[in-house]
Design a protein. Sequence first.
Length: 461
Amino acid sequence: MPTRVEQVMRDVRQRIESRSLCAGKRLPSVRAQAEALGVARSTVVEAYARLVAQGLIESRPGSGFYVGRQLTPFSVAEVQPGLAPHSDPVWVTRQSLLADAASLKPGCGWLPETWMPEQDIRRALRTLSRRALAPLTGYGTPQGSPQLRQLLSHRLAERGIRAAPAQLMLTESGTQAVDLLCRFLLQPGDTVLVDDPCYFSFQAMLRAHRAEVVSVPYTPQGPDVAALAQCLAQHRPRLYLTNAALHNPTGASLSAAVAHQVLVLAAQHELTIIEDDVLADFEHHPAPRLAALDGLQRVVYVGSFSKTLSASVRVGHIATRADWIGQLVDLKLATAFESGHFSAELLHTLLAGGTYQRHMNALRARLADAMGLTIERLRRLGIQPWHQPQAGMFLWCQLPDGVDAAILSQHALQIHRMVLAPGNAFSLSQGAGCFMRFNASQSLVPAIYTALAHSMDAVST
């Protein structure tokens, strides 16, 4: 177990590596650091002295301590020796993408390829290629296909979100949309609020943007409002990044009452909210949306089709206030140039012809069956759902007493070639060591439960 001096050193080192403390920036005073971390001043003095000796920081007599000029290369994830699912926010994604076809993947974040409408996509490709002006070689418009933005505007209206086509910008994916918004809204060192637990890629992306990340506990109705109010008052975050419906990883959806309270607090504290809604089309009945209640004043809405249609048809979108669109378009041109004209035209073909809607109707029913079966099988092993989602593919579960999710994940991968999603990969506070996220669509193979039972027996304390 690290000493208190080592804990202080680790805190400073992590902030430097994440670039929330940039080269040449002054560190907190010894007194301020001691109070923030709850340690003695002598502990901070010793930690700073060691960091100076290592060349990571420098002492300027009469002025304080500053970050050294020579910084280590930036890393999104601190990869520990061996497998470290408890400390690496991209561990689950990395292992899922590296896994071969024979591997079991109940922890991955997408649907099985066999559930996707491959033949419908092939037919749409043939249709698209026969058009007189097929978008096979050219660039699209900077804001994205006008026809697709018109169609997306109508789809958003069905969820109560009033966004004219001029308020929409197409991106390559939901991930790129969030990345562009972080570039647009944040400066290094800004504080950003996330849920606890939250989608682990949020943590990795915010680290890449050198933000200070704080978290608020999540409940089956949304963020804990009392904790949210306290967090806003104490940390003054600039941004809140969340899923309002079919929350990843819990599967929960925001209630109307909590949504109203969140928006009241956002107005009081001048907080901007990014509402990532990439799982929206899995819903049977739309839950409240912050963007709908807010009218796109403080809330920016993000969507995509990668999870529901195809990971290769890369189309996301941003809906936001009209006066931000021009600047976001310029930022996209500067960093990505174009967002996939061909994919946008292909998506429009699938949406406009009704193919996508028929696919989603069948997919929602299939997922409902998978969710029920997964819950039943997990309960037989003593694994209990924290909340039973109304739709979608994700299930947040508590493991039996004495089973650590990170250790279980390591054993399952090494012995059974099975990728699991341990709770602390989603938890900034590292308070979800006994939780696991399961993907119902990827949890139908009986061998998964045999492997789970074996690994749980092997690691139980």
